[in-house]
Each structure stands twice: as structure tokens, then as C-alpha cells.
Design a protein around this ligand. Structure first.
Ligand code: SF4
Ligand code: SF4
Ligand code: SF4
Length: 270
């Protein structure tokens, strides 16, 4: 059966970030801002579902969910918030997410991010514009449509794999002879051809060809209590820091107001 895919050709990417802007706009993810443990706002985040990693030699590598054929994130989600669609995209239902973050632990590409600053935090990631394409609102993902150099294109996964091999065959001196995503962890719907090694995009440079779900679940089921405890601790920690900052800002505001009230009327107006 035909499934959706995205092929990104690193040799064509100019790093303009039109794809990033288009994704942010269509998904209304809001403004990027630094976090305590992530000062670089260009990194993948809850407000940035795709980003461009800059590598030496003017190489720009687009990062996004790989939409694995057999996704580890789906297999470990205890409430079915993440789902693999028959068309290929891995989507999620935010209303089901309980914030356990098993998916973040299991993803071999380190993709899902957490909305730490919302009252009901949940996981976020690229969903391949699934709902909008399905409803006919758009014909392809916003990011692929926005790319001015066609460095990232949308299509049928099998056709894109054939296209990738064709590019490598026609220009062997230009490309590394490999299609990233064709086989790793059972294959992914987001594929890459490149003139630099892209193994840094995954947690392990020697990812197995077999799908991860079985293996991941075996590991996770041995540590759920520790992990859930850790999750609660992290959120509690975040809440305490956030509260401390809110109180300090409030105090500062009160002290500024009291400074003003101590001054004569003429000074207050300045
Ligand atoms: S890349 Fe990670 S988040 Fe995306 S489908 Fe695969 S396991 Fe899930
Ligand atoms: S496919 Fe859609 S959700 Fe995913 S990065 Fe592109 S624009 Fe964003
Ligand atoms: S829009 Fe295309 S060329 Fe620009 S950064 Fe994205 S993938 Fe690269």
C-alpha cells in the first residue's frame, strides 16, 4: 500500500528556514524562547517541530519526526496518545497524553518535546500535517511546499526511495551511497540523501535494521515506576523554579511601585 513520505536532500538545502517558518505558522506553535536547560532557541522544541541543524562547510540538516514505519513511541505510549496512521504519519492526541514521557525515552531520534510551560503539559512533535492533508485543506505539508530549492519534498515513500537511489546513481561523486531512513529501525517515512554522514541524527550511530518496539518495551517495562517518579520530580522541580521567578517578579513590581509613590508628583510623571 502507498504511504506518505518526505525526502530531504542535504545537498540542496540552503538553510533559509522557510520550512521552519511555514511549520510554525500552520501549527500556530508560537514564538521560540530559551529554556533553562536549553538556551539555544534554534533547537527542536515544543514551539519548533522542525529545525535546521548547521554543520561545518555550509551544510544544513533539517530535523523533524521521522515517522517510523514501526514507531517505538507508539508502542510505549500507555494511553494510545500516539498513533501510527495507515497513511504513514505518526500523530498524537493531546487530550489523551498523561505526560509520562515514555515516548521521549523510547524515540531513537530524540524527537518528542514537552510543553513544560502549559498548565497541562503534553508532548509535541511534527505530525506530517496529517489532519490538514486528510481533510483536503492542503495537498502537501507546509514545510515541503515552502522550500524554495525543493530540498525537501513530499510524496509516496516507495517512490521517494526510488528517487533517492536515482539521485545517488546519477551523481555518485556527490552523494554518500546511502538513503537514511530506508532500513534503520524498520524504516522511516522521512528519508534523507546527503553528502555528509547523518548518523548524528540518531542516538546510536549503529541503529539496528529491526523495528524497535519490542526491544524498547522490554527495557521500559522494567523501569516504569522509577521513570514516572522521575517525571513527577522534574515537573515539581520546574514548578518550584517557575513559582520562585513569578514571586520575585511580583516583588520587584511592588518595590518599583513603592519607589514611585515615595517621589514627589513631578518626578512620578517623568
Ligand atoms: S522518530 Fe521518534 S517520535 Fe517520530 S515516529 Fe519515530 S519513534 Fe516516534
Ligand atoms: S510536516 Fe507539517 S508538522 Fe511536520 S515539520 Fe512539516 S509543516 Fe511541520
Ligand atoms: S526551506 Fe528548504 S532550503 Fe530552506 S531550510 Fe528548509 S529545507 Fe533547507
Amino acid at each position: 500500500m502507498s504511504t506518505w513520505g518526505i525526502l530531504t536532500d542535504i545537498t540542496k538545502c540552503i538553510g533559509c528556514e522557510s520550512c521552519v517558518a511555514a511549520c510554525k505558522e500552520i501549527n500556530k506553535t508560537g514564538k521560540d524562547r530559551p529554556w533553562r536547560w536549553q538556551q539555544n532557541i534554534d533547537s527542536l522544541s515544543a514551539t519548533r517541530w522542525t529545525t535546521i541543524i548547521k554543520k561545518p562547510g555550509h551544510h544544513f540538516v533539517r530535523q523533524q519526526c521521522r515517522h517510523c514505519v514501526s514507531p517505538a513511541c507508539v508502542s510505549v505510549c500507555p494511553v494510545g496518545a500516539l498513533q501510527k496512521t495507515v497513511e504513514g504519519p505518526v500523530i498524537y492526541d493531546v487530550s489523551r497524553c498523561i505526560g509520562c514521557r515514555y515516548c521521549m525515552m523510547s524515540c531513537p531520534f530524540g524527537i518528542p518535546r514537552y510543553t513544560w510551560d502549559t498548565p497541562t503539559p503534553s508532548v509535541s512533535k511534527c505530525v506530517m500535517c496529517y489532519e490538514k492533508i486528510k481533510s483536503g485543506e492542503i495537498q502537501q505539508p507546509a514545510c515541503t511546499k515552502a522550500c524554495p530549492t525543493h530540498a525537501t519534498i513530499f510524496g509516496d515513500r516507495e517512490a521517494l526511495i526510488a528517487e533517492a537511489h536515482d539521485r545517488i546513481r546519477k551523481d555518485p561523486g556527490k552523494y554518500i551511497d546511502r538513503v537514511w531512513g530506508e532500513h534503520e529501525v524498520g524504516g522511516t517515512s522521512v528519508l534523507y540523501v546527503s553528502d555528509i554522514n547523518l548518523d548524528f541524527l540518531s542516538w546510536d550511530k549503529d541503529l539496528p535494521k529491526d523495528a524497535l518496539p519490542g526491544m524498547v518495551f522490554n527495557v521500559l517495562e522494567k523501569v516504569p515506576k522509577i521513570f514516572l517518579g522521575m517525571g513527577a520530580f522534574m515537573y515539581g522541580f520546574y514548578w518550584i523554579i517557575e513559582r520562585r521567578e513569578r514571586l520575585s517578579e511580583k516583588k520587584k513590581g511592588e518595590s518599583d511601585r513603592s519607589d514611585l509613590s515615595d517621589k514627589p508628583d513631578g518626578e512620578k510623571k517623568q
